[in-house]
Design a protein around this ligand. Sequence first.
Ligand code: GRF
Length: 214
Amino acid sequence: MHHEEQSRRVSHKLIIGALVSGRGTNLQQILDDVEAGRLHASVSVVISNCESAEAISRAKARGIPAIFIDPKTYASTEEYDGAVLDVLKTHAVELVVLAGYMKIVSSVLIEAYRNRMMNIHPSLLPAFSGLHAQRQALERGVKVSGCTVHFVVEEVDAGPVIMQAAVPVEEYDTEESLSARILEKEHQIFPKALQLYSDGRLQVIGCRVVIAEG
Ligand code: GRF
């Protein structure tokens, strides 16, 4: 590799696109880490399926294009995802993050971004997939839960695991208190997983993600 090409590659920032539906604290953490130089990436666009998502204002506050795409104006999830894909491509997105995205993603997006789309889930997968993972953990009585960053595959919450963090369940935890402690860990591991990707250190082998030494 020529020296010039090498330095261009090294200096190239990973271009991230985020899909959101709500509060957007994971997005906020990613934006903060980018701004502080802790995450070598840039967020080029944020897309929401929900017009009132707080995540939209968080993006706009940083001058990042934040676009609401209304699911009601599309006949199917595939058509909707086609519109999302167009926007992602327009903004040259290399890696998609699902940051509290509550809509099922179809094969239209999954195939276009195979092993280039990450989700964060508030449990130690494969335990407690689906909605209300923290409530499920409390109801099942586990003593440890946590969060998982994984690549997105067709089956919901089932893709190759990139990073996990454990959170002990305390005796008097409520759904709110457990969720809050898990969220703190989410904010730590999601940017870390993105940085690993950005550094080219993630290799997917079947269900496993091998992390190369840095
Ligand atoms: C998080 O708990 C995440 O694990 C789940 O949705 C929630 C999003 O929170 N996928 P926020 O919108 O990032 O604040």
